[in-house]
Structures are given as structure tokens and as C-alpha cells.
Design a protein around this ligand. Structure first.
Ligand SMILES: Nc1ncnc2c1ncn2[C@@H]1O[C@H](COP(=O)(O)OP(=O)(O)OP(=O)(O)O)[C@@H](O)[C@H]1O
Length: 228
């Protein structure tokens, strides 16, 4: 479990007058479940890229526990992400031609961290996520099943943080509800801090803090019962 602390964060892109993201201060308690909402262009994806270390802030700090992502080299940020952050994206990012199990195991294979225990955990996660045939080619799964494989993959290395970017946006209502329930339940069981970009009302009601972005700034931060 890792807490998040942001201080004086600014992200600018060349050619734009205003910063696309400007967050003076944000603290997210370890283990909490946070939604990020905002209109198109409000800075949600930029925030995800910064929180995962895919991009480095132009100014300010982003700390996960004791690690300040802005101070790490690209290689160290990549290593931090691989070790600590499970990512679930809207379009699953699975590899066709590989089975569900091979997709879940791909990141550890690429990182040369494959062990028999890892295979056992991958199979257990596929079972928990309701994927009956681990050997099924991933391109033959339904979209809801594909996203459940992506959730299993994100959880494989027991990440301290799970970040999901519109995880239900390309699913129908029923599949979206299944994925929402699963994501929140497993993050809770694993004790991970969960940050989800979403506009899905069914998913929003499962999260206990809602942060709303407008023009790259936090304009609303609602917690507890009021968030549901
Ligand atoms: N690499 C870049 N170079 C220049 N401008 C960028 C870059 N990336 C993002 N932007 C701009 O930053 C702003 C915020 O973009 P961002 O993708 O974070 O918004 P968003 O809230 O995720 O939008 P959406 O919901 O449409 O995905 C937009 O105005 C976008 O055009």
C-alpha cells in the first residue's frame, strides 16, 4: 500500500499558454479508492501518465510513499511502475495470438521474473476473475472477459497501487458492472490504493472519493457518503 502526495505539480506542453495540469496539493491515503472525473481535455490522461511515471512533471513533486517520481530517471521510473503499479486501460492492451494465461504472464516473462509460483498465481487470478479457460486465445474472449484478463494481469505482482483509465468505457452495462465490482473488490483484498478515471455511475458509487478536474485543476474533491 502506498500513499500519494502531490505538491505544486505543473505540466505544460510546448505551444500551449496554460498548463494542462496544475495541482497545488493532493494527498491520497494508502488503500483508498479514488475516482477522477472531468470533461474531455481537463487533464485526466495527463494525470494518469504522471502518476504512473510514463511522463515526468515539468515542476513539482509526485511521491508514492518515499519515491519522488520526478527525481527518478526514466529507467528507474519504469522499474518503479513495474514493481508497484498495476495498470488497467480502456482498450485492455492485450496481445492477440496469446492465451489469457500468456497475456497475464507476459509482463513477468518480459522482465525475466517468471517462477512456478507466478504461474500458479496467474491461474488463481484468472479463476477469481471468472475466466474458465486460461488457454483460450485472448482475441476470442468477449470484451468483458478481455477486461477481466487485464485486471488479472494488473494484479499479478501484487501492486501497491492500481490505476485504471476508463476501465468500463468500452464495455456494455452488465460487463462494466462485473469489471467494476471485481476491480474494487480485488484492490480491497490486496490492500492496493486504487485510482480510477471514470464517468461510469456504477463504478463511481463503489469509490469513496471523487476528484473532479477542470482545466487541469482540482475543482471538486468529495469524500465518503457524499461521493456515492
Ligand atoms: N503531448 C501533448 N502535447 C501537447 N498538448 C497535449 C499533449 N498531451 C495532452 N495535451 C493537451 O493537454 C490537455 C489535456 O489532455 P488530456 O489528454 O490529459 O485530457 P483528458 O481529460 O484525458 O481528455 P479525454 O477525456 O478527451 O481523454 C488537452 O488540451 C490536450 O490537447
Amino acid at each position: 500500500m502506498l500513499a500519494l502526495d502531490i505538491h505544486d505539480l505543473t505540466m505544460r506542453f510546448d505551444g500551449l499558454d496554460a498548463p494542462v495540469l496544475a495541482i497545488d496539493r493532493l494527498h491520497v491515503k494508502a488503500g483508498s479508492r479514488v475516482a477522477v472525473t472531468g470533461a474531455s481535455g481537463s487533464g485526466k490522461s495527463t494525470l494518469v501518465h504522471l502518476l504512473t511515471g510514463l511522463e515526468r512533471p515539468k515542476a513539482g513533486s509526485i511521491r508514492w510513499g518515499g519515491s519522488d517520481l520526478g527525481r527518478l530517471s526514466t529507467g528507474r521510473r519504469d522499474a518503479f511502475r513495474a514493481r508497484n503499479i498495476g495498470l488497467v486501460m480502456q482498450d485492455f492492451h492485450l496481445f492477440p495470438g496469446l492465451s489469457a494465461l500468456e497475456n497475464v504472464l507476459l509482463p513477468v516473462r518480459l522482465g525475466w521474473r517468471m517462477t512456478p509460483d507466478m504461474r500458479k498465481r496467474a491461474l488463481a487470478l484468472l479463476d477469481i476473475t471468472g475466466i474458465a479457460r486460461a488457454g483460450q486465445p485472448v482475441e476470442t474472449l468477449s470484451r468483458g472477459e478481455m477486461q477481466r484478463v487485464a485486471v488479472a494481469r494488473a494484479l499479478l505482482l501484487k501492486p501497491s497501487v492500481i490505476i485504471a483509465d476508463e476501465p468500463t468505457a468500452s464495455l456494455d452495462r452488465r460487463a462494466g458492472e462485473d469489471v467494476s465490482a471485481l476491480l474494487v473488490r480485488l484492490a480491497g483484498e490486496e490492500g492496493a490504493t486504487l485510482i480510477v478515471v471514470t464517468h461510469d455511475p456504477a463504478l463511481l458509487t463503489r469509490l469513496d472519493r471523487h476528484i473532479h478536474l477542470d482545466g487541469g485543476r482540482i475543482v471538486e474533491d468529495v469524500r465518503g457518503e457524499a461521493a456515492r
